[in-house]
Design a protein around this ligand. Structure first.
Ligand code: ATP
Ligand code: MG
Length: 729
């Protein structure tokens, strides 16, 4: 199965890992191969590097690759790390398992879930799906209506999920954090019961279930525990500060018997408490594993001294911190710059202008990133970049699969793997003209309860006005039944769905069509539908907005999605009062988390750091309001940054903001001509790039318009040239 956990296949080691490339503390962490190990250290001190070297070292020491488990925060991170470990060994060694907690759990539950009463064909639901179910249940339990003042689906999911992730009873959580909703406690507990039943009856699991059920397998099913614990002799976890209590328990249970577990983290970078992450897990680790070796890394290898001085100062003001102040040997005299724009537009103009200057100085676009608190903070900048022709990729915004039309298409594929997924039935039936929620619910019930759901659908007596639509739908499912190739299924679905799509989204379907095209290109790389459905829910790709197809493009990212990464030049935008910290942050722990968020952002920079904010913001009722700088900036010691202000500010910037930035190098450094590829252009060994799978090498071509490509990060895929969007490297 190619879904989430990644298994890299490499050959036998040929080059030895050079431990001289590590400092003594890092070396100790790499060479301590038995027992429990905690590396606690600040940003850029080489925690991730240490993990990469340790994987390579373990392999070199003869540990079987399939005995190593690397748990990371995103799938991409584990792919990157295993790729780097492979490089250290000159492409050597075998099947190391790497992925997120959710991805590994998915793999294990498909195999061992039967011990807990689950079939192997459960469907994973995302947050939007979960909210949809809650809404359905609210209706059926009579909890809707104005007089009820019952919380919204979003708040309800926050409560239910919070109780799971924080390991707290629902009533305790409500009394502690949602006291104003106390009168609804009984109804919320009842709703939770129905939500659980609904998921069970429909073969659905939400993200929390994946963790809870993995833990249950390990804690409650001795056969499964023995089997799973025996699979992995060496466990490693990156970004441990962002694990929650269930994940910490999973790690404890997994390592039971050998205790060969290494976790690395930085309490100062814990930014996911809203998902139940608890950085005290780091402090508890030595108590859970009493003979833990604790290693602190104090040298920062990423940032220049002026940047490090500022980031040390951001975290100096934190109320609680355990890691030490870092030092660096990387000198530099470029202090971080602080810029206050008159408004958001001027802030955007400044960033755009500076990017041009950096390019003129020789900094590549790929080495530049702009970070912000929330996705919408970059809208003005996106306009500027577009008009200057600067190509960028935006990360952390809306996920490709979150929009309604994408969910529409995926619903058909979800039914292909789990025909009892009533959420998907409901969605598909509602697409039919003249079918309303009541009828859709009735048909869904009938179909999902039947022994043969498709016959039940075919036999359902349709209304006159939607008879024809229903007949087409039934035919589609009969056609799909005979197929298994994801690409072919997609074509069948689109032949049915396209006219409905153009009708349902008649105002903006051409814009939405681009997403469907992207989906087509992604799907064509999958061999089985289950893997595709799992991947798109567990690790949905970001919406690739049409801002350029080049590989040489800069990154625009939410701070949350920038974790663990680094660039030569980093801009942190929107550092205004009310925007950063987030308005709703209040005081206390949430405020502290916002501070850590700024720390994460600023510590991504190697050589250049720009902090910017607008001096006025538009309020929701479209009034302009003057704002000051973020309190986190006003707390910083004088002299740690250099101010630049606009012409009407106290200090002159020397910029002419009215003119567009002039670039002595083009915004598109190496623009390649768009070409339509044919099989002839792609002999074996050709290097190619794909928008989703990245770079790879052609392994086989021939067979009509299909080629087999070995992707570095995703393994071998068979791609059809008509829709795979391949280009030459
Ligand atoms: P973060 O907390 O942001 O995740 P980290 O502690 O994981 O950071 P890394 O990303 O592993 O740090 O390392 C930061 C940078 O420093 C990387 O470019 C890495 O290659 C480099 N680096 C780390 N250790 C060394 C070393 N001993 N010699 C040279 N470069 C190093
Ligand atoms: Mg790291």
């Amino acid at each position: 199965m190619e879904n989430n956990p990644l298994q890299t296949t490499l050959d036998s080691p040929s080059v030895s890992v050079n431990l001289e490339e590590l400092n003594p503390a890092q070396r100790q962490a790499v060479t301590t191969t038995e027992g429990s190990l905690l590396v606690i250290a600040g940003a850029g001190s080489g925690k991730t590097r240490t993990l990469v070297y340790r994987v390579a070292h373990l392999l070199e020491q003869g540990v079987a690759p399939d005995k190593i488990l690397l748990l990371t925060f995103t799938r991409k991170a584990s792919q990157e790390m295993l790729w780097r470990a492979g490089n250290l060994l000159n492409d050597s060694c075998g099947r190391v398992t790497g992925g997120t907690f959710h991805g590994i759990s998915n793999m294990l539950l498909r195999r061992y879930g039967h011990y807990l009463g689950f079939g192997s064909t459960f469907t994973i639901i995302d947050r939007g799906d979960a909210e949809g179910i809650i809404n359905l249940l609210k209706g059926s339990l009579g909890l809707t209506g104005r007089d009820k003042q019952f919380p919204t689906k979003r708040v309800l999911i926050n409560i239910l999920s919070g109780s799971v992730n924080k390991s707290m009873a629902i009533d305790d959580l409500i009394y502690e954090q949602y006291a104003h909703l106390s009168e609804h406690v009984d109804d919320i507990i009842n709703l939770d019961k129905h939500y659980r039943e609904f998921k069970l009856n429909n073969g659905l699991m939400d993200y929390d279930d994946l963790l809870v059920n993995w833990k249950r397998l390990l804690a409650e099913v001795p056969e499964a525990q023995r089997d799973i614990a025996a699979r992995y002799s060496h466990i490693m976890v990156d970004e441990y500060q962002d694990t929650n209590l269930i994940q910490a328990d999973i790690v404890r249970l997994l390592a039971h018997g050998h205790n060969n577990v290494m976790v690395v983290g930085d309490d100062s970078q814990s930014i996911y408490s809203f998902r139940g992450a608890d950085f005290y897990n780091i402090m508890r680790f030595p108590k859970v594993f009493p003979d833990t070796t604790i290693i602190k890394l104090e040298e920062n290898y990423r940032s220049s001294q002026p940047i490090l001085s500022l980031t040390n100062d951001i975290i100096r003001n934190a109320t609680e911190k355990y890691t030490k102040t870092l030092f660096t040997k990387i000198e530099g005299d470029l202090k971080p710059r602080l810029f206050a724009g008159r408004d958001e537009r001027e802030e955007a103009l400044f960033v755009n202008r500076k990017i041009a200057e950096l390019q003129n100085e020789g900094v590549e676009l790929t080495n530049i990133a702009v970070l912000f608190r929330s996705g919408f903070h970059s809208y003005k900048l996106e306009l500027e970049l577009n008009s200057s022709g600067v190509e960028f990729e935006k990360r952390g915004g809306l996920k490709l699969t979150e929009s309604a039309h994408m969910k529409d298409v995926i619903a058909f594929l979800r039914l292909q793997v789990n025909v009892r997924d009533s959420l998907s039935w409901n969605r598909i039936l509602l697409q039919l003209n003249k079918v309303g929620p009541k009828t859709a619910a009735k048909i869904t019930d009938r179909v999902t309860m039947a022994d043969d759901p498709l016959s039940a659908l075919a036999e359902y007596p349709p209304g006159k006005t939607w008879k024809e639509g229903m007949a087409k739908l039934v035919q589609l499912f009969y056609d799909m039944e005979k197929e298994s190739a994801p690409g072919v299924l997609y074509e069948l679905i689109m032949a049915y769905y396209q006219p409905l799509f153009e009708q349902i989204y008649r105002d903006d379907f051409p814009k939405r069509q681009k997403d469907l095209d992207q989906l087509k290109s992604i799907i064509s790389g999958y061999e089985d539908v289950q893997s595709f459905v799992d991947d798109t829910t567990l690790d949905p790709p970001d919406t690739v907005e049409d801002h350029g197809k080049q590989t040489d493009r800069m990154i625009l990212s939410t701070i949350h999605s920038s974790k663990g990464l680094e660039w030569d030049a980093v801009f942190v935008m929107g550092l205004a009062e009310g925007r950063f910290p987030h308005m709703a942050a209040g005081i206390g722990e949430q405020m502290e988390e916002e501070r850590r968020l700024l720390y994460v952002a600023a510590t991504r920079a190697r050589k250049y750091l720009f902090l910017t904010y607008p001096r006025q913001l538009m309020t929701p009722d479209r009034q302009f309001k003057r704002v000051g700088m973020s309190p986190f900036l006003s707390e910083l010691r004088a002299g740690l940054f250099q101010r630049i202000e606009t012409r009407d500010g106290q200090r002159s910037s020397g910029f002419d903001f009215s003119a567009s930035p002039s670039r002595t190098v083009p915004a598109y450094p190496r623009k390649k001509k768009k070409q339509k590829l044919s099989v002839k252009d792609l002999p074996q060994g050709t290097r190619v790039t794909h928008p989703f799978f990245g770079e790879g090498t052609v392994k086989k071509s021939g067979q009509g318009r299909s080629v087999d490509v070995a992707f570095e990060r995703h393994g071998i895929k068979t791609l059809h040239l008509d829709y795979a969007k391949l280009s030459l490297c």
